[in-house]
Design a binder for this molecule. Structure first.
Ligand code: C2E
Ligand code: MG
Ligand code: MG
Length: 523
């Protein structure tokens, strides 16, 4: 539009110059002067074209100057604003916060920093994919923008982290009210990829102290303090805010130390696998084992996975650890199959986290491990949680499809605890459905849970899936499961997860595979 305007202006200028020139008979005069002859109509045309050319040159130069100005402006914007949300980025935030602190010192006014981090954003990204994650972040930015006061600065620090800077906060409660408003703004669901997502956030608040003598608050200190407070809030559950106090500094240091400890644990071979037998309910014999990760910390002893697998996932360390344990589990099952051939082909189940599945080459990792260890694909079962199959199924499924094509078995773990839809179970070529232990625990006591287990077993069988009951602890539960037609079971009733040497003892004494009986002739 503005370009068209410039063009009209340039043409207008040319016409004015042309009209004036005609008025003063300039072309004829020029022609007479230069050639000593009278001006003709052709001179007028030539002069007209010359003025148009001058106009066009004026227009082009104006456009060029404008584009140089625009690109310099765009460059400056790119450097200071987040391209996804259009909010000020880390650099501009730092600048503005430093200015706000200087101003606060002059006027004895406190500055509050609110550090906002979405809860479970990594889960959204892992399950729905990065494009959906981006849409969510844009929507979150819009809601936050609407919730802050006009004079506050809202910036995106990166990832799912946002910061609000409030100048002249007279009392602590004022910043807390803003935190509450921000949390409320995220309180109703977001719609991403046709899914309704309930997203909450954790907020940490820090304040400057303009009256502190001998210590000047810096933008970095305030951001670090608010970050530490945010982590404390997150530890208390989703959707909370906390105001910074000195004790929180230690939290951050501990978290970084813990991640470093996990890296060292990987380097020092401190991770180990324990195995839990999986039993055929009908024949009551071991048909496989589930590999469960343990951390043998020299200082603290054996640490269960729920205490460190989330950190392995957050830090991405689950990828190398996962590849290591896949190889270890395959290697172990091959060794046991060779040592106990009369047990039939044992199968090892390995838990795979969504982060591993979203690796571009997960299928190749499985292929490589099978080749290296000599395990038959049928000896490996990959256990995936419902969350991994919910969202960015295309990406998660690419690696699984490759493994499945090799003949690897796929199981859905903890069925019934996530957001599973029956259509996922139907649409993906799953082989095994593991019924979560919360349902199994309630067998014999809750008719409703018994009804759920029965419905799940029937559905799985109708879809040609085998069923495994998790967490079987009593003979009564086993009996009930047998009555409901459940195929396999695992739980403390048979054995707790044990180191390989103990499992080996169990396998040595385990009931052998019954020889196939010849069909009895009907009479
Ligand atoms: P999961 O895959 O569902 O594993 C079964 C969990 O139930 C194991 O806990 C096991 O010890 C426990 N369990 C088995 N039988 C019984 C029982 O009869 N009663 C009770 N109360 N519990 C029983 P564990 O080993 O602490 O593992 C917890 C979770 O950690 C696993 O749940 C899995 O989601 C995750 N995990 C374990 N190893 C790995 C791994 O190698 N990779 C990944 N990504 N996750 C893992
Ligand atoms: Mg499992
Ligand atoms: Mg499970």
């Amino acid at each position: 539009m503005r370009t068209a305007g410039d063009l009209v202006a340039a043409a207008g200028c040319s016409l004015v110059v042309f009209a004036l020139a005609l008025h003063f008979r300039l072309p004829a005069w020029l022609a007479e002067e230069s050639a000593g002859r009278k001006g003709t109509q052709a001179d007028a045309v030539v002069f007209f074209l010359a003025t148009v050319a001058i106009g066009l040159i004026m227009f082009a130069s104006r456009q060029w100057r404008k584009s140089v100005r625009n690109s310099a402006h765009a460059e400056a914007r790119r450097a200071l604003y987040d391209p996804l949300t259009g909010l000020p980025n880390r650099i501009l935030l730092h600048e503005r916060l430093t200015d706000a602190l200087a101003e606060g010192r002059q006027r004895d006014a406190r500055v509050a920093v609110l550090f906002i981090d979405l809860d479970r954003f990594k889960w959204v990204n892992d399950t729905y994919g990065h494009a959906a994650g981006d849409v969510l972040l844009t929507n979150v930015a819009e809601r936050l923008r609407a919730a802050v006061r006009g004079e506050d600065l809202l910036a995106r620090l990166g990832g799912d982290e946002f910061v609000v800077v409030c100048q002249e906060v007279s009392y602590t409660g004022e910043a807390e009210t803003i935190a509450e408003r921000l949390l409320m703004a995220l309180g109703h669901p977001f719609f991403v990829k046709d899914a309704e997502l309930a997203v909450s956030a954790s907020v940490g608040i820090s304040f400057s102290d303009p009256l502190a003598r001998g210590r000047k608050d810096s933008a970095d200190t305030l951001l670090h303090d608010a970050d530490a407070a945010m982590h404390r809030a997150k530890g208390q559950g989703p959707g909370r805010y906390t105001v910074f106090d000195r004790s929180m500094k230690a939290d951050r240091v501990n978290r970084n130390k813990f991640e470093q400890r996990l890296r060292d644990a990987l380097d020092n071979d401190e991770f180990a696998l324990h195995y839990q037998p999986i039993i055929d309910v009908g024949e009551e014999r071991i048909v496989g084992v589930e590999a469960l990760l343990r951390w043998e910390d020299p200082a603290r002893g054996t640490i269960p996975p729920l205490e460190f697998v989330p950190q392995l996932e957050d830090s991405g360390l689950i990828v190398p650890v996962g590849e290591w344990l896949l190889g270890e589990a395959c290697h172990q099952v091959v060794a046991w199959s060779k040592a106990f051939p009369d047990l039939g082909r044992l199968r090892v189940s390995v838990n795979v986290s969504p982060r591993q599945l979203l690796q571009a080459h997960f299928g190749d990792v499985v292929t490589r491990v099978l080749q290296r260890t000599g395990a038959h694909p049928e000896q490996l079962c990959l256990e995936i949680t419902e969350a991994a199959l919910m969202g960015d199924v295309v990406a998660a499924w690419a690696g699984l499809r490759k493994a499945k094509a090799l003949g690897v078995t796929l199981a859905i773990d903890d069925f019934g605890t996530g957001y599973s839809s029956v259509s996922y179970v139907r649409n993906f070529a799953l082989d095994v459905l593991k019924i979560d232990q919360s349902f199994v625990r309630a067998l014999n006591t809750s008719p409703e849970d018994t009804a759920i287990v029965k419905a799940v077993v029937d559905m799985a069988h109708a879809l040609h899936l085998a069923t495994v009951a998790e967490g079987v602890e009593t003979p009564e539960q086993l009996e009930e499961l047998r009555g409901l037609g459940c195929d396999l079971a695992q739980g403390y009733l048979f054995s707790r997860p044990q180191p390989p040497e103990t499992i080996e003892e169990l396998l040595r004494g385990a009931p052998r595979k019954r020889p196939r009986q010849a069909p009895t002739a009907r009479v």
